[in-house]
Ligand binder design. Structure first.
Ligand code: AMP
Length: 114
């Protein structure tokens, strides 16, 4: 069974797609935590960071490059932003299809609640 993010990538469920290439797709988070909240997702289903292999090196680099491009596109490159990848239970991962959050457009505060 495919993940909800694969369904978005395949156009089976709606989302606001803001970037797409042969390796990654980016779309707006449905429940934004900041004025800019975009998810950057591998086109291939990979559950978590733990499941990356050396074969995924190019795609993993592409996730970062896409984040930089999207930050510029959204006008937050200079003001700043945060990239987050949650992994498994303690990391707070809810969707088991690897994704990087791009968050910005306001001061984000502490990185982790203390
Ligand atoms: P995480 O906790 O890192 O797994 O984050 C999962 C993120 O996916 C959350 O920020 C959700 O709001 C987001 N999300 C879940 N379903 C959708 C969807 N259909 N379209 C866009 N974002 C979604």
């Amino acid at each position: 069974m495919s993940t909800i993010f694969t369904k978005i990538i395949n156009g089976e469920i709606p989302a606001t797609i803001v970037y797409r290439d042969e390796l990654v797709t980016a779309f707006k988070d449905i429940n934004p935590a900041a004025p800019v909240h975009i998810l950057i997702v591998p086109n291939k289903e990979i559950a978590t960071v733990n499941d990356l292999t050396e074969e995924d090196e190019r795609m993993a680099g592409r996730m970062l490059l896409a984040a930089g491009k999207l930050a510029a596109q959204e006008g937050i490159a200079e003001s700043g932003y945060r990239l987050i990848i949650n992994c498994n239970h303690d990391g707070g991962q809810e969707v088991y299809h690897l994704h990087m959050h791009l968050l910005g457009g306001r001061r984000l505060g502490r990185m982790v609640a203390r």
